[in-house]
Design a protein around this ligand. Structure first.
Ligand SMILES: Nc1ncnc2c1ncn2[C@@H]1O[C@H](COP(=O)(O)OP(=O)(O)O)[C@@H](O)[C@H]1O
Ligand SMILES: [Mg+2]
Length: 360
């Protein structure tokens, strides 16, 4: 197993005449490391450069500048056959007239190691439950989309891989199958750990399947960390509002000699070194706004139940602003009711309003 390192990797697309004008920067100056045997999720909105980053990491395209290393070796210098790369894409690319068993065993059979196929398949089938076992004798046309995807994952894992890349493999599946497939893949990855990059625009999937998450926007890496890091320590308002549900509360205000003053409420202590009247946005997650006996009065505008999360998302009109907070499912509050809430001062985050960067 290897680690994957990207060092200042950039790639743009456009006219082939070498002119910079009109070129679209798809990936800009990205540096990151995928630890040996771990899964890194690449998460971000459509068009932010996830697939391009994956293709660069897999050596399918060359960076305009920067390097991709497997352990300490520049990928460009590693011969194709020694790269040991497996890929699972949204479109499944199974050989249509072969059974799943043939599709999965293909790699081992061309390497004259056909005898290893049944054992590896048995292991994979065991982990995935009965699923794969009965699927193996069918051809792709006789399988559903979800089943085909299982077969292609099994095929990837049946090889002696050094690295494995996923590009939104479950994006075309129904929600129910997506959840099942995710659980199954998680089990497989635990049983056959391999250094992996998993591209997705689905936050739940990223959290379920990866050790760490890299968040991209407009070709740039915005932040990399565990879900907990990203949720509790966002580097800017993009991460703050992109990661975690429900979405973070943000309030406009300014700094004033060690105090943050909101347009409608405050003050709260803030660092003293900010210029007077410096525009600062304050953020707090809905989970850290609590109903309390001695809190500030607000009026409930809306409540929405989230049964899986066991809570209500409540919108309150409070201190001249609209706040989101969460209440336990078994403690519903009525629309129009007056409630009292307080925010947890330890959980306040501050952002420079102009740049969005975190400043406290
Ligand atoms: N082969 C290509 N030729 C030209 N532009 C491309 C090519 N591949 C990607 N792009 C552009 O690069 C940007 C990033 O694309 P992509 O990596 O596919 O994003 P994502 O996977 O996050 O949706 C987009 O603006 C896309 O249009
Ligand atoms: Mg993509």
């Amino acid at each position: 197993m290897v680690s994957i390192t990207l060092e200042h990797v950039s790639k743009s697309f456009g006219p082939e005449d070498g002119e910079q004008r009109g070129r679209v920067p798809a990936v800009q100056n990205v540096s990151l490391k995928v630890n040996e045997g771990q899964v890194l999720a690449i998460l971000g909105p459509s068009g932010c450069g996830k697939s391009t980053l994956l293709r660069l990491a897999a050596g399918l395209i060359k960076p305009d500048s920067g390097r991709v290393l497997y352990d300490h070796d520049d990928l460009q210098e590693v011969p194709l056959m020694e790269r040991g790369i497996g890929m699972v894409f949204q479109d499944r690319a199974l050989v249509p007239h072969w059974t799943s068993r043939q599709n999965v065993g293909f790699f081992l059979s061309i390497r004259k190691r056909e005898e290893e196929v049944p054992e590896k398949l048995k292991q994979i089938a065991k982990i995935t439950g009965i699923g794969l076992d009965v699927l193996l004798e069918r051809k792709p046309g006789q399988l559903s989309g979800g089943e085909q995807q299982r077969v292609s994952i099994a095929r990837a894992l049946s090889r002696d891989l050094r690295v494995l890349f996923f590009d939104e493999p479950f994006a075309n599946l129904d929600a129910k199958y997506r959840t099942e497939a995710r659980v199954e893949l998680r089990r497989l990855m635990n049983a056959f750990p391999v250094t992996s990059i998993y591209v997705t625009h689905d936050q739940v999937e990223a959290v379920a399947l990866s050790h760490r998450i890299a968040i991209m926007r407009d070709g740039q890496l915005e932040q990399l960390g565990t879900y907990q890091d990203l949720r509790d320590n966002p580097v800017n308002t993009f991460i703050a509002t992109f990661v975690g549900t429900p979405i973070m509360n943000l309030f406009k205000g300014h700094a004033d000699d060690g105090a943050w003053r909101g347009e409608n409420f405050g003050p709260f202590p803030i660092r003293r070194d900010l210029p007077p009247q410096h525009p600062v946005t304050m953020g707090i997650r809905p989970e850290y706004v609590r109903l309390t006996e001695d809190g500030v009065y607000g009026v409930v505008e809306e409540t929405i139940p989230f049964y899986a999360e066991r809570h209500h998302l409540v919108t309150v009109h409070l201190a001249g602003e609209r706040w989101s907070l969460v209440t336990p499912l078994d403690q519903p509050v009525e629309w129009g009711a007056t409630i009292r809430c307080a925010l947890d001062p330890e959980r306040l985050l501050y952002f420079d309003t102009a740049t969005g960067q975190r400043i406290g």
